[in-house]
Design a protein around this ligand. Structure first.
Ligand code: MTE
Ligand code: MO
Length: 338
């Protein structure tokens, strides 16, 4: 079934509904037995969330954050002004804790991130069980200032701390059959309220799963992130370890990872499974391929004022990383493989 939204040209930012709220609304309408007649029905779409939130939560960070030491490679220090830390750690998508932008900060603080292990398995000669905190002590971390573009047409600039994903993949010795890399988030409904309730969790079948082609995973830009703004990751941003692939829409950046599996076939991905027409496997940022319900040609830069009063800027091909990644997709029809 399809709800008819007004023409794209008439679509205002506050009508660009976050992924899950849209799904919920659709289910509610289905539940009510309403069809197209309900097209005018509209929920507040989270536009005012940040404004409300910033006043209330002075300390947006997690109490268990620790400072980290790291290198600052020149290649990853573009002339971009990072988003205020308080904003990047209080305006989040992490549906395991609820679909509202303010839910992750509010509800993720109790997540137990120590101890934490990541299984690396599948098509590898040397499966590994990574004890994350012991592993972290031996890593040389890099700070990389990356653009962060959500499929909902907003963006931030974030100084992440992490290590290239390629390192741990190589260490596991992929077999010749390994063509893809699958990722999985923790499944623990007792700690993650959205996993205990389909309503709170946006109707996602948890655990949240994501995937990359192996050449995408091995690209130097692909980062396993353990920190931001000089400290360990706050829980709401995906502690203790999340993926960041800056040329792709934010939903590819799976949080709180517990398993990395090398596979022969393209692995299932959460948003693609939920609405394949709207969210593809590749999900490369592309201003020329619109989302069925809104344009991707430009984006709102999330500033101190949240969605209100923030500026719009044009969206860049591959989110500005064309030079680094365009060759991965040579000859591919990016309209078909969106
Ligand atoms: N496990 C999990 N990972 C997730 C999500 C999620 O709901 N669950 N949301 C994704 C989306 S849509 C975005 S935009 C980014 C947001 O990351 P941030 O909160 O650090 O900005 O996380 C991604 N990773
Ligand atoms: Mo997103």
């Amino acid at each position: 079934m399809h709800i008819k939204v007004r023409k794209k040209s008439a679509l205002k930012e506050h009508q660009v509904t976050p992924e899950g709220v849209y799904r919920q609304r659709r289910r509610i309408i289905q539940g009510l037995g309403l069809g197209l007649g309900a097209a005018a029905f509209s929920l507040p779409a989270g536009a005012n969330v940040l404004g409300n939130l910033l006043g209330k939560n002075e300390a947006a960070a997690s109490s268990n954050q620790m400072p980290l030491t790291f290198d600052r490679p020149e290649a990853y220090r573009p002339a971009l002004t990072p988003t205020a830390e308080k904003v990047a750690t209080s305006y989040n998508n992490f549906y395991e804790f609820g679909t509202d932008k303010s839910d992750p900060l509010r509800y993720a603080q109790g997540l137990k991130t120590r101890p934490w292990t990541i299984e690396i398995d599948g098509e590898v000669d040397k499966p590994q069980t990574l004890d994350v905190w012991a592993w972290l002590e031996k890593q040389r971390l890099e700070e990389r200032i990356y653009r962060h573009r959500c499929v909902e047409a907003w963006s931030m600039v974030i100084p992440w701390l992490g290590v290239p994903l390629a390192g741990i993949i190589k260490a596991a010795n992929p077999t010749s059959r390994a063509k893809y890399v699958a990722f999985e988030t923790l499944y623990d409904p007792e700690q993650m309220r959205g996993q205990a309730s389909r309503y709170i969790g946006g109707g996602i079948d948890y655990p949240y799963v994501e995937g990359l082609r192996i050449d995408e995973a091995m690209n130097p830009l692909s980062l396993l992130v353990v920190g931001m703004y000089g400290k360990t990751l706050p829980n709401q941003n995906g502690a203790p370890v999340r993926l960041v692939v800056p040329w792709k829409y934010g939903f590819k950046g799976i949080k709180s990872i517990v398993r990395i599996t090398l596979t022969e076939r393209q692995p299932p991905c959460t948003w693609n499974q939920l609405a394949s027409y709207e969210y593809g496997f590749y999900a490369n940022v592309n201003p020329n391929v619109d989302h069925p319900r809104w344009s991707q040609a430009s984006e709102r830069v999330i500033g101190e004022g949240g969605l209100f009063g923030s500026q719009r800027q044009p969206t860049l091909m591959f989110n500005g990383y064309e030079e680094e990644v365009a060759s991965l997709y040579a000859g591919m029809d990016l309209r078909k493989f969106y």
